[in-house]
Design a protein around this ligand. Structure first.
Ligand code: GDP
Length: 138
């Protein structure tokens, strides 16, 4: 699965009606979409997903935000998918995100930053498996 990564169009971007524009940017960048669904995470699901950040100052805010509304979870395919998707997303803080990145265009703050992407191939596999069964990946 080294050519796969995991992405989320976060609740802020879905609330703003930007999911279509973001999906178009993903396709234009040459990713294949192997899995996609709209979900509304419970607080517990968000806590489980972000368990590596448990204990950090922003953890509660992050879990509240990620369970605040629907989001789009995606399994994305491309050569070097993890880096390619992080490059397209841009820096965590939109104030530092480069021109042409999704966070520059769609994020409003370091917390409400429009998209998530795995930071390693290992985490991509874990994160895809958190939201998708094998049957849901085409
Ligand atoms: P990412 O890999 O670029 O998403 O960044 P991190 O793994 O460092 O952080 C995970 C997510 O936690 C980010 O995408 C933000 O939504 C959130 N986050 C990180 N730092 C902060 C912060 O200082 N304040 C708040 N509210 N959220 C943060």
């Amino acid at each position: 699965m080294s050519n796969l990564t995991f992405g989320i169009i976060k609740p802020d971007a879905v609330r703003a009606g930007k999911q279509g524009a973001i999906i178009q940017r993903i396709l234009d960048a040459g990713f294949g979409i192997r899995g996609m669904k709209l979900i509304h995470q419970t607080r517990k699901q968000a806590e489980g997903f972000y368990v590596v950040h448990a204990g950090k100052g922003f953890f509660d805010e992050l879990c509240d935000f990620m369970s605040s509304g629907p989001c789009v979870v995606m399994a994305l395919e491309k050569d070097g998918a993890v880096k390619a998707w992080r490059d397209l997303m841009g820096a965590t803080n939109p104030a530092e995100a480069a021109e042409g990145t999704l966070r520059k265009e769609f994020a409003t703050s370091i917390g409400e930053n429009a998209v998530h992407g795995s930071d390693s191939e290992e985490n991509a596999q874990i994160e895809i498996a958190y939201f998708f069964s094998k049957l849901e990946l085409v």
